[in-house]
Each structure stands twice: as C-alpha cells, then as structure tokens.
Design a protein around this ligand. Structure first.
Ligand SMILES: Nc1ncnc2c1ncn2[C@@H]1O[C@H](COP(=O)(O)OP(=O)(O)O)[C@@H](O)[C@H]1O
Ligand SMILES: [Mg+2]
Length: 363
C-alpha cells in the first residue's frame, strides 16, 4: 500500500501544493515552521479523517481562506488500480470525506482502509498526560483493525451523552424514573462490555510485542508492562451502573464505565511517569508505537503508513540506529520522515543503503 500523490489546497500553511511520493522512504526537510509536520498531518487526515494534533477541523483552514482540501492517490493492491481519497471542509460547514468521488455517510466506514501510525514529540503525553490520552491510544489501535470496536465506541459515547443529559435534566439529587434508568444502563452496559472485552484482548496481545520492542531498542533488562485499569475487572458494568444511581445524580454525570478506564505504564513494576528517566520514557513511547505498527500489520495484513515526526531530535544514536535497522530490513512499508537538516537525513539513509526521496518545505 502506498500514497503516490498528495494535493493540498489551503491546508494550514499550504496554498496549493502537490507531492509525488516514492513508494518507499520520503523525507520532508526545512526550517522550523516550514510545514513539515503539516504534510504528515495531511496524510493522517486522509487515513483517519482527522488531524493527529487537534480535534477542531476549522483550525486547519489556511488563514483568510474559505476552505481546505486534501486529496490523495492511494495504491492498495498489486494491480494498477488506485483509490482517490478526499477530505475537505468549508468554513462553517461539516467536513466531507470521499473515496473515489463517493461521499462517506459515516467516517467510521473509512477507518481501517488506510492504516497509519504516527510518531511525534507530542506522544510523550501518553506518559505524562491524563487518562484520555491512553484511552485514545487503545481506541485508535483497536479501531484500525476491528471495525465493530469503533461502532461500539461511537454507540457507547452516544448513549453516554444521553445518560448524562438525563442526569442534568433531573438536577442535583433529583429523580429519574426506573424505566429510564433501565434503558440507558442496559444500552451502556451492552456497548461498554464489548469495548471492555476488546481492550482486554488487545492488552494481552500488545504487551508481549511491546516488551520485545522495548528490549530491542534499549538492550536493557528492565521489565516494562502495561496494566489495564478498569472497574469492570471486578463487576459487570450493568451492576456498577445500577449501584451508582444516586452518586451519578449528585455528580450530574456517569461516574463509572469504560470512559474511565486507564492504562498503567510500568517500569520494573513502578509507574514509568514517576521513575523513568527521559531516555527510558522516550524508549517506552517509541516501543508503544512500534508495537502498534506490528499489531495493526498483523491484523490487517498490510503495512501501515509510518509517519515519523522529528524523531532524530529526541532519540540518542543507539535508538536511532536500532530504528533504522527496522527501516532497512523491510519491517516497514511506505515511510514519511521529517528533519530540519537535509544533509543529516540523507546521511542516515545512505548509511543504511535505503533510497530516500527528499522534499524541501519552505516558509
Ligand atoms: N490554519 C493555518 N493557516 C496558515 N498557517 C498555518 C495554519 N496552521 C498552521 N500554520 C502554519 O504552519 C506552520 C507550522 O507548520 P509545521 O508543519 O508545524 O512546521 P514544521 O513541522 O516544519 O516545523 C507555522 O508557520 C504555522 O503558522
Ligand atoms: Mg514539525
């Protein structure tokens, strides 16, 4: 699978630009602020219908423009066929995603077609940020190989919103009819339990792969692991929901469920956030991403696009060498990598004897 042509109109700093990519390794070089990361984000948009960096689509419209559009020509199989994917948005209107000129009614139908893994400095938030970040990680990986998961997630969030609206309507310590509780609790429990089961299964598969990559990157003997934290370990969700009616009415929101799950990231059985050095934390995050890549590849049968943003900035030479070994031994498919120094990135790829196509971004 590869992307041969990317066309941007009024996307962030790009007025009108076209890229003809190599099916192998591609580099985007240029000074800070020249638009390297923006190109990776455009590719991410085409794969997952959204930005990697923020959830407000209109922020991507070039200043003083009325719309943005991103178009990509994708080659999914061995034959000469290609698929045109389009994402566009006019200011004040809803985002449109099309495949071969046909508009998707639901973006979730597109997810999984073009699997992608991004590695960016912001990923550090996986360790230091709120639980949201870690749930998003699980959701993003699982939904790229399990279509039903995304559907369950969308439905769960819809029901959750409705249940919360009901709680708001009833008011603090107010009254909700038993039949209403039943409707929302049962639906939430149905979708939530499916999500819980999928996450549990995912963690079981993920941890050994993650361990292997961590050891590979660091040559260290530390024990790393992920603990999946969920109240559902001890009790079915339906029971949990029914037990917390009065508390939820006081709080005015649903206080139990898979939207409160978290991942505990462990180094030698202690939270990596607390005891991990900078280097260990970076290796941790990179190992997560490589494991993500492998899991999606195994489940979907295709090598996801790999988007590497500014990785040379944050990794030491040992880890870069390890990562480059993976690049040269065919582990990855199409690759997009950013770096401020063109000579540097050319040198890195020459050393591993991998052809690189370089694109210069200019302010
Ligand atoms: N909506 C927008 N309209 C115009 N320019 C934008 C918009 N969003 C971001 N930019 C510009 O994009 C540039 C940052 O691009 P980025 O890809 O992050 O750079 P790099 O990765 O090369 O450092 C900044 O100069 C910023 O002002
Ligand atoms: Mg950047």
């Amino acid at each position: 699978m590869y992307l041969s042509r990317l066309t941007l109109f009024n996307f962030k700093n790009y007025e009108e630009t076209e890229f003809d990519f190599s099916p192998g390794a591609n580099a985007l070089t240029g000074a800070n602020g020249s638009g390297k990361t923006n190109v990776l984000d455009a590719i991410h948009y085409l794969c997952l219908c959204k930005s990697y960096f923020h959830s407000t689509d209109s922020l991507n419209i070039r200043h003083d423009s009325a719309f943005f559009s991103i178009a990509g020509k994708f080659h999914l199989g061995q034959d000469d066929n290609s698929d045109d994917v389009f994402v566009g948005m006019k200011a004040g209107q809803k985002k449109i995603v099309k495949r071969n000129q046909k508009e998707y009614q639901r973006f979730s139908e597109h997810i999984g077609l073009l699997p992608v893994v991004m590695v960016a400095p912001i990923d550090q938030e996986l360790i230091t940020g709120p639980g949201d970040e870690r749930r998003k990680l699980m959701d993003s990986i699982i939904s790229q190989y399990d279509h039903l998961y995304l559907e369950n997630l969308v439905n769960y969030n819809k029901v959750l919103q409705q249940r919360n609206a009901l709680l708001k309507q009833a008011g603090k310590g107010g009254y909700v009819e038993a039949s209403m509780w039943q409707i929302w609790d049962e639906q939430l429990a149905t979708y939530g339990t499916r999500i819980y089961e999928a996450r549990k299964e995912f963690i079981a598969r993920f941890v050994p792969v993650f361990n292997r990559y961590y050891a590979y990157l660091t040559d260290d003997s530390e024990q790393v692991s992920f603990g999946y934290e969920s109240k559902l370990h001890n009790e079915p969700l339906l029971d949990l929901l029914q037990k917390t009616h009065s508390r939820d009415l006081m709080l005015q929101y649903t206080s139990v469920g898979v939207h409160r799950d978290d991942l505990e990231l462990l180094l030698n059985n202690y939270p990596v956030k607390k005891i991990g050095s900078q280097g260990q934390q970076k290796s941790f995050v990179l190992a997560v991403k490589l494991a993500q890549f492998e899991l999606i590849k195994e489940s979907s049968g295709v090598k996801p696009f790999l988007l590497l943003d500014d990785i040379f900035d944050k990794l030491d030479i040992h880890r870069i060498t390890r990562l480059m070994e993976l690049v040269s031994n065919d582990t990855f498919g199409q690759l997009f990598i950013t770096d401020t120094a063109e000579e540097h990135i050319r040198g890195v790829f020459e050393r591993i004897n991998v052809e690189l196509k370089v694109f210069k971004c200019e302010k």
